[in-house]
Design a binder for this molecule. Sequence first.
Ligand code: HEC
Length: 167
Amino acid sequence: MRISKIKSGLAAATLAVSMMVSPAVFAGGHAASEDSGSSADVYKDRSDAMKVLGGNIKTLSDMLFGQAEYDSAKALEASQAMNAVASSDVAALFPEGTMEPPSEALPIIWEEWDEFNAILADFATSTAALEAAAADGTDTKDAVQGAFMAVGGACQTCHKKFRKEES
Ligand code: HEC
């Protein structure tokens, strides 16, 4: 399902994601991380996925908050790239105990795994809404802005509890 959904997305979004995220991110399930051989791959796949989120959320926030001209095609592309990551098996990028420095993952991820996954589910809902808002016609900036705030809230909710504070 996930793979076909990604394949059916616009070529631009697929390209943006495939350039930045290794296929293992979308392979799903725990087999992906076990097959990858070394835990270094887990950290890299995780980091790549988060960086896709970070890069695209910046593209959107720049356009929504006056740092760049709003461009609805670019907004859609960024929203699709984020939704592709959020609707992939992000939990599989967090095998139990993978928090060796310099990882910023906190042990509470596995102690409160259900909550971590609940936030991931909310996050995927919010990115789907963002993609729908961005896809809905040309005069969409306000709707995208509202949906964007929900997505940003999900990033923050998770980072606040489950990621080490940046020093
Ligand atoms: C369900 C939890 C969760 C959600 C949702 C989440 N993140 Fe993260 N993110 C993490 C964790 C945990 C780390 C630390 C991972 C590590 O260092 O091993 C992280 C790390 C990052 C990093 C650093 C990556 C690196 O290696 O430099 C960026 C950038 C990032 N997240 C951006 C985002 C953005 C933007 C969003 C929302 C659009 C988001 N994240 C949503 C949990 C989450």
